[in-house]
Design a protein around this ligand. Structure first.
Ligand code: SF4
Length: 83
């Protein structure tokens, strides 16, 4: 039986999958100068984790994988929820 999609889950919290590996690989390749610090990254993802628009690591407002979107300095939350 298929599992229902996990609401309020980040990719890092899901079982291994090709997309998870690919996104984490992409996160690792972003130059440090373009990334937010660890505290900001965590705080952004904490907000996403509480958001009704998060499903299986994807933001329903923009279609992005939030772990990729949240790491970049220039990114904004489409719902204006990040500080
Ligand atoms: S709307 Fe903002 S807080 Fe909610 S999942 Fe999307 S990026 Fe995260």
């Amino acid at each position: 039986m298929m599992q229902p999609p996990c609401k309020k889950c980040l990719l890092s919290e899901l079982n291994d999958s090709d997309i998870k590996k690919e996104i984490m690989n992409m996160v690792g390749k972003i130059p440090d100068k373009d990334k937010v610090g660890a505290d900001t990254y965590k705080s952004r993802l904490d907000v996403c984790r509480q958001c009704d628009d998060l499903i299986e690591g994807t933001c329903l407002k923009c279609g992005c994988y939030v772990e990729l979107r949240a790491i970049m300095k220039r990114s904004k939350c489409p719902g204006k929820k990040w500080k």
